[in-house]
Ligand binder design. Sequence first.
Ligand code: SRM
Ligand code: SF4
Length: 534
Amino acid sequence: MTEAATTTTATLNRFEKFKAEKDGLAVKAEIEKFASIGWEAMDETDRDHRLKWVGVFFRPVTPGKFMMRMRMPNGILTAAQMRVLAEVVQRYGDDGSADITTRQNIQLRGIRIEDLPEIFNKFHTVGLTSVQSGMDNVRNITGDPVAGLDADELFDTRELVQQIQDMLTNKGEGNPEFTNLPRKFNIAITGGRDNSVHAEINDLAFVPAFKEGIGEQRLGIGQEFSRSPIFGFNILVGGFFSAKRCEAAIPLDAWVSPADVVAVCRAVLEVFRDYGSRANRLKSRLMWLIDEWGLEKFRSEVEQRLGKPFLPAASKDEIDWEKRDHIGVYKQKQPELNYVGLHIPVGRMTAQDMFEIARLADVYGSGEIRLTLEQNVMIPNIPDSRLVLFLAEPLLEKFSIDPKPLTRSLVSCTGAQFCNFALIETKNRAQAVIKALEADLELTRPVRIHWTGCPNSCGQPQVADIGLMGTKARKNGKAVEGVDIYMGGKVGKEAHLGTCIQKGIPCEDLQPILQDLLIQHFGAKPRQEALVIH
Ligand code: SRM
Ligand code: SF4
C-alpha cells in the first residue's frame, strides 16, 4: 500500500484539510463579495490561501496590497495584454510594479482587493488569466523563448504549451480536475537545442529526441515513404527544489510524439493527484512518489492512465548546445526579421516601462512580447529596416541590449521586500553587489549569479555559476543577514545542479569572497584603476 493510499483524514496535513473543506477554486465565485467586504473582513483561509487559486497572493509584508501571479504560456503576451497589466499597476502609484519571474511569467504588485472584479473583467477582454497559478496547482508552463523564431529549432513549442494550459485550466476558466494536487507541479517543454527551459528542474519535462525505426514518414507530396527517425520528446520526471531536498529530474525511459504530449501531462497529473502523499507537505512533490514506488511502477501507472504503453526513450536527446541568453539583436528564421532581447534588471518593471515595452512591440514589431526564464524581455519580428530606429529608443538606455557581463546574467527572486519566507533582501542587494564587483573587476564573459532569499530556491541558485541562498548568519555574536554559496551549476547541454560550497557568510562580508571566486574560477582580473584606489 502506498502512503497516499493509506492517508486517513487524521493524517492529512492542515492544507489538505482546508482544501477538503472547500476547494480553492470556489473563491472564484466570491470575488465580488470579497471586494465589497474588504480584505480585513475576509475569512483568513480564503484570504491567505484559497485566493492563490485565482492567482491572488496575500502579502503579510504589505497587508492589503496583494500580489497577482499571471499565467503566460511559453512566456508570450501581446502588447494589448501588457498594456492592461500596466494599467492595473499604474493605478497604485509607488506601490504598483511588476516582476518577470523565473518561470517566464509576470507578477503584479500593490493590488487592492476592491479592484479585483474590474481587474478580472479586464483580463477577460484581452485573454489573460491568472487562474491556478499558486498553491497546489501546475505553475506557468515554460517553453522556448525563441519558439517559432529560431532557424535551428527542432520543434515550435508554443501550440503545445497553450494546449496543456487549456487542458489544465479549462481555457483559463479553472478546471476542478486539477485544482487539488498534493503540491505544486512544474512542467516544461523544449524544442530547441539549448535546454532554454531548465528541463532538469521540472517535475515533468519534454526534451527533443529523434526515435529510430518506429514507422514510416512521408517526405512530401508525391514522394516515397522513408524510414527516417521521427521527431518527439524524451520525458524527464521528478525534478524539484525545496527547502528539504533538491533533485534533478530523471529519465522516465519514455518517448512521445508531440501529438501525445497533452495526454501524457494529463496522465502524469492524474497519477500524482490520486497517489501523491497528502500527509507530509515536505514530502509531497512528485519525486517522493517515484522514490516510494520505484520508476517502473510509476511508469506503468502512467501508462494505464494513458491507455497505452510508452515507447522506450530515444537513445539520445538533441540538447547539444550551450544555453543562450537571447540578450541583444538576433536574426530570425523569417527573412529580414529580428528579435531583440532587452535586459530588465532583476526582472522589475514600472507601469511606465510596461507601456513603453508595449509601444515598442507595436511600433517596431508585430505587437508580440516574450519573456525569458532569466527575467528578461524579447521583442520579436522587427524588420531590418526598422532596427536602427528601434535601437535608438530611450527605453534601451534603461533596458540595455548589451549590459555588462555580471549584470547580464543576474537573476534574483523576490526576497524580503515582499516575501515573508525571505531571510534576506535580494533584488536591491543583488544589483548593488554586482555594480561594485563590475567596478573592481574586468570580466571577459558573463557569469551567471543567482540570488534566492531562502532555501525554497525560487531564484534557482543550484543552476547558477554562483548561487547565493539567503540564510541567517552570525557576526560578532549577533544574527545578521547572510548567504550560503553554491557553485558548479551547469545549464544547457549536460545540465547539472551546483552544490553548496560555503555556508553562513554575512552579506556585509560577501563582496571580497565573490571577487576571489570570480578571479579564481571565471578569469576575472582586478581593474588597474581599482588597484590604485585600494
Ligand atoms: Fe517560488 C513559494 C516566488 C519560482 C520554489 N515562491 C513562493 C512564494 C509564493 C511564497 C510566498 O507566498 O510568498 C513566493 C512569492 C513571493 C512574491 O511575492 O513574489 C515565490 N517563485 C517565486 C518567483 C516569483 C520568484 C521570482 O522572483 O521569479 C517565481 C514565480 C514563478 C512563476 O511564475 O510561477 C518562483 N519557486 C520558483 C522556482 C523556480 C522554478 O520553478 O524554476 C522554485 C524551485 C523549483 C521547484 O518548485 O521545484 C520555487 N516557491 C518554491 C517553493 C518550494 C517548493 C517546495 O516543494 O517546497 C515555495 C514554498 C512552497 O511551495 O511551500 C515557493
Ligand atoms: Fe520568497 Fe524564498 Fe522564494 Fe525568494 S526563494 S521568493 S524569499 S520563498
